[in-house]
Design a protein around this ligand. Structure first.
Ligand code: MF3
Ligand code: CO
Ligand code: CO
Length: 261
């Protein structure tokens, strides 16, 4: 039996709600930035985000209890690729960390993440972070009605490989709306002119995970934390993106991102 495809095309009303949720998710990343310094634990970052989402934004942190995830944000440090669980360990100078925030507001999800450098990063770490954001941006630039999902994957893969980095294949972007993870899957590798064609009103995430070493992953016994098998550094950036007739609208855009839209 074949899987039922559940790609949803959002109505104008739903798109407006996704704009609100996306904006709130981006604002959590703006809010938490100044706290990310040597000595703070990822659990403290989690608690600050949780309280901000619940009390200030009057929204819901989507990860909490999602398929049993125990915290309100994901914090992925150094060789952790994604889905890191906030804990008591303190950040130290030179660490790199991805903070991934998903909020639910008025029934709709906004999902976004960014990399932060704790203190001063190595040249290699800074390069990985920069190239990974470029991968996301190149992917976003492919979003337009009539273009193919494979167009996104190809530009991301080519850019990562040009810099001798690798692309994680086991985890991908996803459709998003009333449901956190819905169809289609957005692969961060592949071939242009293959896969689904984009349709106006589709909303999905682009969230490339790029490794400084080999692409292979390992899931830790906690059932969530995904690390690089070779312990090399990994980076990720994520936006929630709306397909329009003429191109794209980044629903989770932050004010600092003057290179978007
Ligand atoms: N925010 C992640 C994503 O980009 C998903 C986290 S699921 C969780 O898809 F359960 F780990 F929170
Ligand atoms: Co996502
Ligand atoms: Co996310």
């Amino acid at each position: 039996m074949t899987e039922k495809s559940t790609i949803t095309i959002k109505t104008a009303d739903e798109i407006e709600k996704m704009r609100v949720a996306g904006k709130l998710a981006g604002q959590v990343l703006d809010m938490i930035g100044p706290y990310i310094k040597p000595g703070i634990s990822t659990l403290e970052l989690n608690d600050i985000c949780h309280n901000y989402i619940v009390n200030t934004q009057q929204a819901i942190p989507a990860p909490l209890n999602y398929k049993g995830f125990p915290k309100s944000i994901c914090t992925s440090v150094n060789h952790v690729i994604c889905h890191g669980i906030p804990n008591e360990k303190k950040l130290k100078d030179g660490d790199i960390i991805n903070v991934d925030v998903t909020v639910i507001k008025d029934g709709y999800h906004g999902d976004t993440s960014k990399m932060f450098i704790v203190g001063e990063a190595s040249v290699q770490a800074a390069r990985l972070i920069k190239v990974t954001r470029e991968c996301m941006m190149l992917g976003i630039a492919q979003v337009k009605a009539g273009n193919y999902l494979g167009d996104i994957g190809e530009v991301i893969e080519n850019h990562a490989h040009a810099h001798h980095f690798s692309v994680v294949r086991e985890y991908c972007g996803h459709g998003i709306g009333k449901i956190f993870h819905e169809d289609p899957q957005i692969l961060h590798y592949g071939k242009a002119k293959t896969g689904l064609q984009m349709v106006p009103g589709m909303i999905f995430t682009i969230e490339p995970m790029i490794n400084a070493g080999k692409r292979q992953t390992r899931l830790l016994p906690d059932g969530w934390t995904v690390v690089t098998k070779d312990h090399s550094l990994s980076a990720q950036w994520e936006h929630t993106v709306l397909v329009t007739e003429s191109g794209f609208e980044v629903l989770t855009k932050r004010d600092e991102e003057d290179d978007l839209n």
